[in-house]
Design a protein around this ligand. Structure first.
Ligand SMILES: Nc1ncnc2c1ncn2[C@@H]1O[C@H](COP(=O)(O)OP(=O)(O)OP(=O)(O)O)[C@@H](O)[C@H]1O
Length: 264
């Protein structure tokens, strides 16, 4: 799997005013990476993710998945929405089978894949429940494995934990990490939560509010599972917080970041 984002731009026109949300954005993602798009509200994270998904077109540049240009949604890309977007009238089982039915996967294979995914998400025995009967964590796991059910090459997640409270969010981050480690899928996730980005990512791509440029492409090499009290973890967090200040045009606090960005 290789995903290439090549000189992608996006322009919206509202009331005859042109608004450049993304300008000339380029980076690539390799197989198995967990990549986070981090940036202030309105910097274009969701716009970029939905262009990768093929839900909308770029105004300029292109996205290549394994050498083919992305022009529309396809089974090679799974998508997890912020509110999970499970079908409320379908059981867990039917929600997970849905993408396989869309792809006309043979019935026997559907059943095998379903059982494997239920085991990964520890949802065995919950197949007959409806979304409103599930806890927040179970909904998140169901949304995650439903997105995996179509065997995508890459999983795109838009703030998948945006709707949950702080304590629950940390538990779900641990669950998400272990699901990702088991499923061995490439993930690109949008978040505006610095701690979440460091806890989960191999790489954090920080976007600026001004015309959605890449401010920094940071590799996070801390061992997993990550310890939030670790010195390096805290240092990385401070650095990213400083970068976010720059992203919204404020001066960073840490002199180290100031020096790195030649602001000192
Ligand atoms: N269909 C659209 N038409 C016009 N403007 C749009 C459209 N979609 C997004 N925008 C604008 O593009 C900018 C980026 O939006 P986007 O949702 O990508 O930001 P974001 O970084 O994901 O923000 P958040 O963290 O708040 O979700 C915003 O100013 C938004 O108003």
């Amino acid at each position: 799997m290789e995903l290439i984002i090549e000189n992608v731009s996006k322009v919206f026109t509202n009331d005859n005013k042109v608004h450049t949300v993304l300008r000339d954005l380029s980076f690539s993602v390799q197989e198995g990476q967990f990549v986070t798009l981090l940036g202030p509200s309105g910097c274009g994270k969701t716009t970029l993710l939905t262009i990768m998904a093929g839900f909308q077109a770029a105004s300029g540049g292109r996205i290549l998945l394994n050498g083919s240009q992305v022009t529309k949604p396809g089974p090679d890309r799974g998508f997890v929405f912020q509110n999970y977007a499970l079908f409320p009238w379908m059981t867990v089982r039917d929600n997970i089978l849905y993408p396989m039915k869309q792809q006309k996967v043979p019935a026997k294979e559907q059943e095998q894949r379903l059982q494997r995914l239920l085991a990964i998400a520890q949802l065995e025995g919950k197949e007959k429940l409806y979304p409103h009967q599930l806890s927040g964590g179970m909904k998140q796991r169901t949304a995650f494995i439903r997105a995996l059910a179509g065997s995508p090459e890459v999983l795109l997640m838009d703030e998948p934990l945006g709707a949950v409270d702080f304590q629950m969010r940390q538990n779900l981050q641990e669950e998400l990490e272990s699901l990702w480690l088991t499923a061995k899928t490439t993930v690109i996730m949008v978040t505006h939560d610095v701690d979440e980005a460091i806890y989960l990512s191999d790489r954090v791509i920080v976007m600026s509010a001004l015309e959605g440029k890449v401010l920094e492409d940071l590799s996070v090499k801390l061992p997993r599972p990550r310890n939030r009290k670790d010195r390096e973890y805290i240092k990385t967090k401070e650095h990213l917080m400083d970068l976010l200040k720059i992203a919204i045009n404020k001066r960073p606090e840490s002199t180290e970041t100031q020096r790195k960005l030649c602001l000192a």
